[in-house]
Design a protein around this ligand. Sequence first.
Ligand SMILES: [Fe+2]
Length: 434
Amino acid sequence: MAQPAIATPLTLLPDTPASLTLAERLFETRSTSMELAAPLSAEDMTVQAMEDASPTKWHLAHVTWFFETFLLKTYLRGYREFDPTFNYCFNSYYEALGPRQPRPNRGLLTRPSAERVIAYRAHVDEALDKLLAKSTGNGAEIGRLIEIGINHEQQHQELLLTDILALFAANPLRPAYHQRKPAESPVGGGTAGWVEFEGGIRSVGQEGSGYFWDNEGPRHTVLIHPFRLADRLVTNAEWLEFIRDGGYRTASLWLADGWSLFNREEWQAPRYWEEHDGGWQQMTLSGLQPIELDAPVCHVSYYEADAFARWTGMRLPTEFEWEVAAAGLPATGNTLATRALRPLPAPPARNGELRQMFGDVWEWTASAYLAYPGYRPPAGAIGEYNGKFMVGQHVLRGASCATPDGHSRATYRNFFYPHQRWQFLGLRLVSEID
Ligand SMILES: [Fe+2]
């Protein structure tokens, strides 16, 4: 199966020197991954709940393999490969780098042990430290690759969390990953308001400053028709109304592929919702919890999001409507290792302002994940990522409660297949302007 991961680690970024700041960011990112794994036992870290999800141990090793493969083997003279068998175990989907453990069987890797993977991380960290201390004459290229490696590892941090949620939701004990509370008490922002946007020819995509993935460019123009965007995300309360109104039993609301899929899988609610004693509960990283009515609905597929929008008489935004609306908005969020890691109710409405654009759930858009005009995948193995996944997926915009800092921006393009829902995926509505 193709990569179901977050936007891909190919980038076109300006030359970045291998500076101390970069080194600090590198080792902070490496530490954060270990902090996220800290609540887990070796057994928790070894298995995978389903094909789309990977074991924590695999994530921790794969991001390390990435640094070893793309950086250390080329640029650190005398680098000693930690273990030649790891290329097979921890290559994800790089055809140019040889055969690999099949994705659905990553959870069978009881060896190498978690302890050995942690030793691998230490080995690679030490080598990265050495590389950064040396002046090799390739500073710009090394800096570029470290920046990619940092962003790649951060993407896997989000996957690590969503994959643990899938694993613990499949466990009859319904374990809690943590018991963190939000920094501030969530309030619940009431009914949705609407923000209007004019039509016209608009520029979208990245134009070259700062870090971005290759799929965010080239910048180009699109035609936008006037639209009205909801100022907050669709909530659990609204989703309950959809369920009670027979939304999951009304064929006319559904795309054909979605209708046949969820009939086959007997979906009756978002993933992780469970009905107990006549009430709905939801599996979260804090264990099984009552549904929070004002919180955004989460873990819904594109098919469900589309059916919900049809039920309301509205629709999902295109990715370009979303980007035009989000342009210039500040990204919010705090440190991943201290967040509550669940989507929170909207703050109170402020006239004409969009709420919850970043930091709760990724938002499904109506747009197919396609190359922008003029897009060319970079050459070489590292260029395998984006281009080859541009079929059959939808773009999601925003950022979730599990998205690391630095990955919240108006142009960021996440992408998933329409049936997938184990990530923090939700929606916001568009109302047409007549
Ligand atoms: Fe990866």
